[in-house]
Design a protein around this ligand. Structure first.
Ligand code: 5GP
Length: 193
């Protein structure tokens, strides 16, 4: 793979990384396009197939793993597979754009190991576990059991933060957005000083 830069955002779910990624996608000069992951979980609320994720049945997902179609993949929760298709990254790079990812910590570090020069890994930190629980409950899209699962995972994910190129503390969303903008602009070679 050549050309575009890979900017990988990871964080415990509820830390606000998706909001920050959407903010960055709205800045044309960063020349970013979102890497749509494949996922085998059920579609939530107003999610759209082919926009939020390429939704696949677990069996179809496992077949693509066998065919070596993923740049990285992870069984993030039992039977819930998520992964980045090689064709997706090629599609974006071929269009002359930089790729922005919103994926889990393991996948993020895997992409960095594969393409160390082209990749910037960014970890978005929630102010605290309690704040994270509050945000997840506020979403109101999932059962308590699923929320508990995400919270348990969050503690493990927070421990990987030192392995990332940069960390952004999201205790103030506007500040976090501005910081992300500066960091990504510098990495893709735009001077926003
Ligand atoms: P959610 O179900 O909330 O959309 O996502 C659950 C977790 O899977 C999040 O941490 C999300 O970032 C992660 N995820 C989404 N896409 C990918 C992917 O392509 N690869 C990996 N490794 N994780 C992903």
């Amino acid at each position: 793979m050549n050309r575009g830069k890979l900017i990988v955002f990871a964080a415990p779910s509820g830390a606000g990384k998706t909001t920050i990624v959407h903010h960055l996608l709205g800045i044309p000069e960063l020349n970013l396009e979102f890497s749509i992951s494949a996922a085998s979980r059920e579609k939530r609320g107003n999610e759209v197939d082919g926009k939020d994720y390429y939704f696949l049945a677990p069996k179809a997902f496992r077949q693509k793993i066998k065919n070596n179609e993923f740049l990285e993949w992870e069984e993030v929760y039992p039977e819930n597979y998520y992964g980045t298709l090689q064709t997706e990254v090629d599609r974006i790079c071929d269009a002359g754009k930089n790729v922005i990812f919103d994926i889990d910590v393991v996948g993020a570090l895997r992409i960095k190991r594969k393409f160390p020069e082209e990749t910037l890994t960014v970890f978005v930190e929630p102010p605290s576990i309690n704040e994270l629980i509050k945000r997840l409950k506020g979403r109101d899209t999932e059962s308590d059991e699923k929320i508990d699962m995400r919270v348990a995972k969050a503690a493990v994910e927070m421990a990987t933060a030192p392995q990332f190129d940069v960390r952004i503390m999201n205790d103030d969303l506007d500040k976090a957005k501005a910081e992300a903008e500066r960091i990504v602009a510098a990495f893709v070679g735009i001077d926003k000083a």
